[in-house]
Structures are given as C-alpha cells and as structure tokens.
Design a protein around this ligand. Structure first.
Ligand code: MLC
Ligand code: AMP
Length: 493
C-alpha cells in the first residue's frame, strides 16, 4: 500500500473535516506512532474494530504501514459475528477502540488474540513497510449462498486498480469534500468513499451513522461536493425532503444542484427514485454496479448521458461478458449471467478452495451471480441467479445463514427465509417457520427476531415472521422459495 501511503504524504490540507479537523500530516503522524506499537509483521492479519471516526482511519493506515492485512469489523454487529471472523481469519492482533474493548476481549481472549488500544501512540515512528502488488492489504467478509460469510482478500495491486481507477473516472481532487457515513467494513464505504477521498487529498466528514437531517442540512450548506450512497439512503433523504418546509426544500435543491456528482450503488436504484432525485437535486444520479470480490465493474459515464435503470458500461480496467441460460457466451445484445475479469478482481476466497473453484470459470473469469441485459454495449441488472442471496439496505445477506440460526431455536422445527420487495430497503428478510409443537404462534413470531439478533448482524434479522403449518415443497421434498415468497403476498412493503 505504499502507492497509497506515499500519495497521502504529499497532501497538506485537511484530511478529516469532522468530527475533529485533522490535516494529512497529523493523520499520518498519528498512524505512524500507532503503527510502532502494533505487534505485527508484514503479511500478518490485524482485525480493526473502531467506530467510524478518526481512530478507524488511523488504525487502518497504521496496519498498512506495517505491511499487514486489515480485517475491519463492524462495531454494531453482535460478538458472534466478530467471533466468526476471529476464528476464521486468525489475526495476529486486534486493534480496538476502548469503547468496544470489553466485548471484543470476551471473544478474542479464548482465541489468544492480543488487543491493542487504537489510541496507543507511544511508539517512535518507523519508516512504513514496502509492499508488493500481490500482498494482501484488506480482507472483507461477504455473505454467499453457503453457510457463514467468506473472507475476500484484496491485494495491494487490486486496491491500486480500484482506487486509482475510480479517482480518475470520477474526477476526485483535493477540492472535494465528502461524507463517510457508510460502514467501513465494505468496499463502498471503505474504498469508493474513504480511500478514494484520501488518495485524492479531499476532505472527509466522518459520520458514525447516517443522519438524514444532518446530511440534508449539510448539502444545503455546501458542506460536500459529491455524495455516494446506497439507494436506501436516497430513499431516506427524499423522505426527509418530503417533510421539510418549502423554504428548506428550496435551500436544499439549490445546494444539491451545486454538487458535482451523485453516485448510487450496492443495490438497484429504481426508476422512480432516479426521477425523483433528478427533480429534487437537478442531477442525474450516476449509477454503477460492483461487488466486494471485484470492486466496481460497470458504471454510467461521468461525462455523457446517465440512463435511468441502467448501470452503464464496463469500467476501463474491467472485462465483462454475459453467459446465456444455454451456457454459451452472449454476443452483442442479450441477457445472461455476468462474468468479469481484470486486474481488480480478487484471486479467491480465504482458505476456501471449494467456494473459489465454484466462483471462477475454467478460463479464470469470476461468476458474479448477477444477471444482466446488454443493449448496444450498455448493461441493465435484471436480478440474481440465486434466490438465497438477499440485498437489504445495500447489505448482502445469505438466506441459508439465517435459516441455520432460526433452526437453532428450540421451538422451530422447519424454516425458510426469503427476500421480499420493499420500497425503503430494496428487499427485507422474511422467515416462514413451522413450530416444533402446537404452542402459541404469536409468541414464537415475537421471539424469533430478538433471538436472531443475539448472533446475527442487524440487517440479517427477519423483519417479518410467519408461523405456518407446513413449508411449500416439491415432490422431491425441496422447499420452493417462490412459493414461500407467495406466503407473504399480503405483506405491505
Ligand atoms: C439496519 N437495519 C437493517 C439494515 N440496517 N435492516 C435491513 N437491512 C439493513 N441494511 C435494521 C436496524 O438494525 C434496525 O432494526 C432497523 O433496521 C432500522 O434501523 P436504522 O437505525 O433505521 O438503520 P441504520 O442503522 O440507519 O442503517 C440503515 C443504513 C445501513 C441504510 C444506513 O443499513 C447501511 O449503512 N447500509 C449500507 C450497507 C453498505 O454499505 N453496503 C455496501 C456493500 S459493498 P431494529 O430491530 O433495531 O429496529 C457492495 C459493493 C458495491 O455492495 O457495489 O458497492
Ligand atoms: P456485496 O457482496 O455486498 O459487495 O454486494 C454485491 C452485490 O450488490 C452485487 O452482486 C449485486 O447483486 C448488488 N449490486 C451492486 N450494485 C448494484 C446495482 N447498481 N444494481 C443492482 N445490484 C447491485
């Protein structure tokens, strides 16, 4: 990551505009002093657990200064999610904020993972480690169709492709200012926003949580020059707009028009929302398509028409092809499953050969699991090949992982989890369960979400639970997910 750290060392202005103003030299100095205290060798892995504030940024840079791999955890997830990562990633240490230390310690101590306070700054700064392109810089966890989340290692070379490519594509400069309110354990918040901003020498307003009122007012005041978000955030911003006074609305629209770029991704931005945003902000949102394993792959143009409902064309460093239902590659216009290839694509899941083999074709292209239509070279996302992948609020969720947890409840004998369409979240998690005995269905319905919340990240907790007599199955006894979705037809999304 020396390409990244060297670039940051050239910036003089403000790196963090809020919560506390911090200039680039001070940020790097803090990171160098933390780095000197970290018990890490180059190529070790280090878990990073801090609220999305200055410490999280300092911690990330400090780990990279050691030549080590950062494995960020989400501070709002239950310890069982952290435990999975600690067990799987086997980090050499965990860099942790004191607020989260007691909870993490309960998970880390049995695994003998030493904890380092992210506020420690006692060491004398040493020169940052040298990196090779192949060295793993980041490991993010992502849900798939099977079991628990998988580790996605991203090398320094792959991150250089993403960060340098995106800063150039989207014209990032030191004049930019951006909110970082998306979680810092995903590509969207960590790479597309935070890393690109820092690489360009821009100012970052770190926010612990997305607060529609604060962001609405900040846009009106010209606090930022661009916005990057998931559709759920835009939904909330528009809901806030609808409740604002005509005066506030006028101020917001005037401010919003001055932004140089609005980007949406991580889930489909529906046509009506594109239209509403255009009406309210005067800006056609640039929709792009990406994935943890590959970074960004398709995007509408920075200059040129941005089309509603489309994700544009392959980014210059990405090769994209479609494979039709007959197994043959699609030439020209047509529909098929998306496969990608290029220097930004990861090399395989961490210590999971079976999942890696299943995810790549024989000629080395990554099979995304998404389906698209191509017309005159431009792509439109149609959906996913698996019903067991749910996207809610931009979070990728495995139905099977939730089913395994719900089956752990003593009063559940069978269950099936599906995604239901939802205006705010894109999809929401719904569970149909069969009770183990004929107890009180209402009580079971109420008990299951808190039960799931004990071990699963908030986005995975079912928002709708139905107790049914039997799950719809085919002649072979296999649960029919489309029929399960129909059980919720009367649900008001
Ligand atoms: C929170 N909740 C969710 C949820 N997030 N439910 C479903 N889906 C989600 N994503 C739960 C909360 O726990 C709470 O439950 C209830 O919903 C309302 O919570 P909230 O406080 O209103 O939600 P908030 O914490 O503000 O989170 C909403 C959000 C967040 C949209 C800000 O989900 C978010 O940051 N999403 C972005 C995820 C992301 O960055 N994805 C990018 C992946 S990378 P209760 O029971 O307490 O009421 C990728 C590649 C690419 O996809 O292309 O970019
Ligand atoms: P993740 O695994 O969290 O990185 O999520 C990646 C997935 O998000 C992709 O495989 C798509 O299913 C979805 N996704 C990302 N961007 C878009 C988009 N613009 N439109 C539709 N789906 C998207």
């Amino acid at each position: 990551m020396d390409f990244f750290l060297d670039r940051l060392a050239r910036h003089q202005g403000l790196a963090l505009a809020s919560p506390a103003p911090t200039a680039y030299p001070a940020l790097l100095d803090e990171a160098a002093r933390l780095s000197a205290t970290l018990p890490l060798q180059a190529r070790d892995r280090a878990v990073l657990l801090a609220p999305p504030g200055p410490d999280a940024v300092v911690g990330l840079l400090a780990i990279w200064m050691k030549g080590a791999t950062a494995v960020p955890l989400h501070p709002g997830h239950p310890p069982a999610e952290w435990d999975h990562v600690l067990r799987h990633a086997r980090p050499a240490c965990a860099v942790v904020h004191e607020r989260l230390r007691p909870v993490l310690d309960a998970v880390a101590a049995p695994r003998e993972v030493p904890l380092v306070d992210v506020a420690a700054r006692s060491g004398a700064p040493a020169a940052p480690a040298a990196w090779t392109d192949a060295q793993t810089a980041l490991m993010l966890y992502t849900s798939g169709t099977t079991s628990r989340p998988k580790g996605v290692p991203l090398s320094a070379g792959q991150l250089a492709t993403h960060i340098q490519g995106l800063t150039e594509q989207w014209h990032w400069s030191a004049q930019d200012a951006v909110y970082a309110f998306l979680p810092l354990h995903h590509v969207h918040g960590l790479i597309n926003i935070l890393a690109c901003a820092l690489y360009a020498g821009a100012r970052v307003h770190l926010r612990e949580k997305f607060d529609p009122a604060a962001v609405y007012a900040g846009i009106a005041d010209g606090e930022v020059t661009l916005i990057m978000a998931v559709p759920t955030i835009y939904h909330r911003l528009l809901a806030h707009h609808d409740k604002a006074t005509p005066d506030e609305q006028a101020r917001f629209s005037a401010g919003a028009q001055k932004l140089r770029l609005w980007v949406s991704g991580s889930a489909a931005l529906d046509g009506p929302m594109f239209d509403r945003l255009l009406a309210v902000t005067g800006q056609p949102v640039l929709e792009r398509y990406g994935m943890t394993e590959i970074g960004m792959a398709l995007a509408n143009p920075y200059d040129g028409p941005r089309r509603r409902g489309e994700v544009g064309v392959p980014l210059p460093w990405m090769d994209v092809r479609l494979r039709g239902p007959d197994g043959a590659l699609v030439e020209g216009d047509g529909e098929g499953s998306i496969e990608v290839h290029g220097p930004g694509v990861f090399s395989g899941y961490f210590e999971n050969e079976a999942a890696t083999a299943a995810a790549f074709t024989d000629d080395g292209w990554f099979v995304t699991g998404d389906v698209a239509a191509r017309e005159a070279g431009r792509y439109r996302i149609l959906g996913r090949t698996s019903v067991d992948i749910i996207k809610s609020g931009g979070e990728k969720i495995s139905a099977l992982e939730i089913e395994a947890v719900l089956l752990g409840h003593p009063e559940v004998s069978e269950c099936a989890v599906v995604g239901l369409p939802d205006a705010q979240w894109g999809q929401i998690v719904a569970a149909a369960v069969v009770a183990a005995d004929r107890g009180d269905a209402e009580t079971l319905r109420e008990r299951l979400p808190p039960f799931a919340k004990e071990t699963l990240a908030p986005a995975k907790v079912p928002k709708v639970v139905r107790v049914v007599d039997a799950l719809p199955r085919n002649a072979m006894g296999k649960v029919q997910k489309p029929a399960v979705q129909k059980l919720f037809e009367d649900h008001d999304g």
